[in-house]
Ligand binder design. Structure first.
Ligand code: A3P
Length: 304
């Protein structure tokens, strides 16, 4: 806890515990009891897996590539349901302007597009009975750790260096961890008709085929021209320049340019597979690989 600038809370789930951001206790029960609708589409992931990218793909497919309406900031089209909890205790203008993220979701017209980084156990209870569509995004843990390190410096006021953060990550002590519990609880559901399991590395390798796969899952027809248009819209360079999805401007308002620069806080940062090689020692890579192998043994899940 002393590596983070604010106190996180440990939430008991069944079985085990999840480390949650500061204000989670204010909204956790309201999320669990939220009314789920059959035509909801949920995009769920551990943080820094490419979820903003997948979220934009899903929203565009679900809204017939309405690029005009997509100019609205993502949080107002496809809100992160627990955003209120992620923002620190500061009662600043930015936090106030965003309002209550759970109330926002509850009041949205159907069909709703909703994002969450919560584990399966902390999502609404009705997910199990109503079975809305769920798109889960996973990414290889080494790149995810590097990406999350930069993000935690800013949002969770992490003060340690990368080595310290990586050790926390390996000990399942990073916020919203343990990560394997997160990933595997959705991997187990990958063959359910209402669940689509995406991987960041597959999106990087062949985005058109992941766009087609997602369109089919959402029950949307898409022709080759539209696939091309969407792939271009979702390219790293276009997303980086798109103020509706690249929250850097919004984050700079909240956290200040100085802290952004200190944290190397690029929301849409490098977008590469294998960036961990620029941060991890051989020894650290070996630890991550052993940890991954141990946790994925017998599950059929692997990462490139
Ligand atoms: P890096 O920090 O490795 O660059 P999330 O949206 O879940 O927070 O994930 C953020 C990660 O997705 C960041 O990874 C970000 O750069 C990457 N990302 C965002 N948009 C992307 C795109 N269009 N193409 C590839 N990667 C993208």
């Amino acid at each position: 806890d002393n590596l983070f600038g604010h106190k996180n809370c440990l939430i008991e789930v069944n079985p085990g515990k999840v480390l949650m951001p500061p204000r989670y206790e204010e909204i956790g029960d309201r999320i669990r009891s939220l009314e789920v609708r059959p035509d909801d589409v949920w995009v769920v992931s551990y943080p820094r897996t490419g979820s903003t990218w997948a979220q934009e793909m899903v929203w565009c497919l679900g809204n017939d590539l309405d690029f005009e309406r997509a100019k609205m900031v993502q949080q107002f089209r496809t809100p992160l349901i627990e955003l209120t909890a992620v923002l620190s205790h500061d009662e600043d203008d930015f936090t106030k302007a965003l309002g209550d993220s759970v109330a926002m979701v509850a009041g949205m017209p159907s069909p709703r597009f909703i994002k969450s980084h919560l584990t399966w156990d902390l999502l609404p209870e009705q997910m199990t009975t109503v079975k809305p569509k769920v798109v889960y995004v996973a990414r290889n843990p080494k790149d995810m750790c590097v990406s999350y390190y930069h993000y935690c410096q800013l949002v969770h006021r992490l003060t340690g260096d990368f080595e310290e953060f990586a050790e926390l990550f390996l000990q399942d002590k990073a916020p919203i961890g343990p990560i394997w519990r997160h990933i595997l609880s959705f991997w187990e559901k990958r063959d359910d008709p209402n669940v689509l399991f995406l991987k960041y590395e597959e999106m990087k390798k062949d985005l058109p085929s992941q766009v087609r796969r997602t369109a089919e899952f959402l029950g949307k027809k898409i022709d080759d021209d539209d696939v091309e248009k969407l792939v271009d819209y979702l390219s790293f360079d276009k997303m980086r320049k798109n103020p509706a999805v690249n929250l850097e401007v919004v984050m700079a308002q909240k956290y200040g340019e100085e802290r952004m620069a200190q944290a190397d806080a690029k929301f849409i940062r490098k977008g590469q597979v294998g960036d961990y090689k620029n941060y991890m020692s051989e020894e650290m890579i070996a630890k991550f690989d052993a940890w991954t192998e141990e946790n994925l043994a017998g599950t059929g899940l692997s990462f490139e």
